[in-house]
Design a protein around this ligand. Structure first.
Ligand SMILES: C[S@@+](CC[C@H](N)C(=O)[O-])C[C@H]1O[C@@H](n2cnc3c(N)ncnc32)[C@H](O)[C@@H]1O
Ligand code: SF4
Length: 450
């Protein structure tokens, strides 16, 4: 039996979640505008794109939240922001003489579920003016169930939502008090039923382990309540406690947080419970019903990792809209300016908001490919690199060195195939970090890997 406590104390556990490589803290000021203009130049009528739209507002602030969002009790700032978002889409349209095809759209936040139906309709119509939605395109929205009412449901229907991603986190009262997120099971159940009635068939639920005052029994109860709602997918994230970045997390007492041992046990137990309930485990923290597209794609090594986690999206171009959104091209990343007021000022003066960014070097591209495949498939065939680079051995040696020095046999190498052992899978972020050239000497502090 693997002594996981020894593994946790042997390796630095504060490593990125690798929703991108290089990770966002390594983006540089000023580069974003150049990456964005490359994106505009390289858009074609044939190649479909994906779009991420950020809504940086919530009508309450949960203390655990790590997202880019702002608390507002009034709708006026949201309505104003929507005007700028629509103007940003129009500005994009003015630069194009064709309508790019859309494969996937994700509306994230914050809480897009606080939008009024008229704003969902305005947004859809602005997008329709500039893009063409492919038949079968996926339109997903993040939902805080406590926002949902008839008007929001109608808005989502008009927007064409195909997948709803519902935040649950934990159903226990005491845990909800510790994170300032009251949300009853009954309300959540009603919202899931209403979404299904509206024709939104695909449901994802987010739950968290590692929350304050969470116990094994409370977490197991949350998981079983989630399973009773029969979501198509579940994401089971480890709570990232980063109060040095997110000041409101200081409202959570350190004494209430489970230690690394409990976090590990909780993560393993909840994962076993979901697999026991018939879900397929996908990557490090997702689960899907066996007939879900994510589970089917995972079986043949066709899932990808992006800023939302695991996805079937194969588009090389991601257009980011709204403050703090991150977009991607084949050659780099760009991030729109984070502060909502700066975003609005730029759009007001007819300037695009791309600020930070990064151009990928050849080395970045290869490491990004290795890290993505390890995070998705738990293995990587270094033989495939020989056609991509003359330095294939350099990357293979990193893997070989890790195996030679790792006292726990977390991974193995058979010919050119590097593979994480089943005992080693909970440490995948740590293993992926061996291929991260930016980590050594990095000043940014990451959350716990397990
Ligand atoms: C952008 S959030 C918002 C969704 C929606 N506003 C809600 O609260 O249900 C998407 C998911 O990120 C996850 N999340 C937010 N803060 C986190 C943190 N500090 N650590 C880990 N996951 C976090 C939560 O599971 C949440 O459901
Ligand atoms: S978890 Fe969701 S509702 Fe809560 S503050 Fe974050 S984005 Fe807003």
């Amino acid at each position: 039996m693997l002594d996981y406590k020894a593994v946790l104390s042997h390796y630095p556990t504060a490593v990125p979640r690798y929703t991108s490589y290089p990770t966002a803290p390594h983006f540089s000021q000023g580069v974003g505008a150049k990456v964005f203009s490359d994106l505009l130049e390289n858009l074609t009528a044939d190649e479909p794109v994906s779009i991420y739209i950020h809504i940086p507002y919530c009508d309450k602030l949960c203390w655990f939240c790590g997202c880019n969002t702002k608390h507002t009790l009034k709708y006026a700032p949201v309505a104003r922001y929507m005007n700028y978002l629509i103007k940003e889409i129009e500005m994009l349209g003015n630069k194009l003489d064709f309508k790019p095809k859309i494969q996937q759209i994700h509306l994230g936040g914050g809480s897009p579920s606080l939008l009024k139906s008229e704003d969902f309709t305005r947004l859809r119509s602005a997008l329709d003016d500039v893009f063409q939605f492919l038949a079968g395109s996926e339109i997903s929205v993040e939902i805080d169930p406590s926002d949902v009412n008839e008007d929001v449901l109608v808005g989502m229907k008009h927007f064409g939502v195909t997948r709803a991603s519902i935040g649950v986190q934990d159903f226990h009262d005491d845990v909800q008090k510790a994170i300032n997120r009251p949300q009853s099971f009954e309300l959540t159940k009603d919202v899931v039923a209403s979404l299904r009635q509206m024709g939104i068939k695909s449901i994802n639920i987010d739950a968290l382990y590692g929350l304050p005052r969470q116990s094994y029994a409370r977490l197991m109860d949350t998981i079983s309540k989630c399973v009773s709602l029969s979501p198509d997918r579940m994401a089971l994230f480890g709570y990232a406690h980063v109060p040095w970045v997110k000041k409101h997390q200081n409202m959570i007492s350190q004494d209430d947080l489970p230690d690394s041992h409990a976090r590990f046990e909780h993560s393993m137990a909840s994962s076993r419970a979901l697999i026991g309930a018939g879900y397929k485990s996908i990557g490090i923290d997702h689960f899907a019903k066996p007939n879900d597209t994510l589970a089917i794609a995972a079986e043949t090594g066709r899932i990808h990792r992006n800023f939302q986690g695991y996805t079937t999206d194969e588009c090389k171009m991601l257009i980011a809209l709204g403050g703090s959104s991150i977009g991607r091209t084949k050659d780099g990343f760009y991030q729109n300016v984070v502060a909502t007021s700066s975003y609005e000022d730029l759009i007001q003066s007819n300037e695009f908001a791309a600020a930070k960014g990064l151009f990928l070097t050849e080395d970045d591209k290869i490491r990004s490919h290795i890290i993505e495949r390890i995070m998705c498939d738990f293995k990587f065939d270094f033989g495939t690199l020989k056609d991509m680079t003359a330095s294939a051995d350099l990357y293979r040696n990193i893997a070989a060195e890790f195996i030679a020095e790792d006292p726990f046999n977390l991974a193995s190498m058979d010919n050119d195939v590097f593979e994480i052992q089943s005992d080693g899978k909970p440490f995948t972020r740590i293993i992926a970090s061996q291929f991260d050239a930016y980590l050594k000497g990095a000043e940014f502090k990451y959350s716990k890997a397990v």
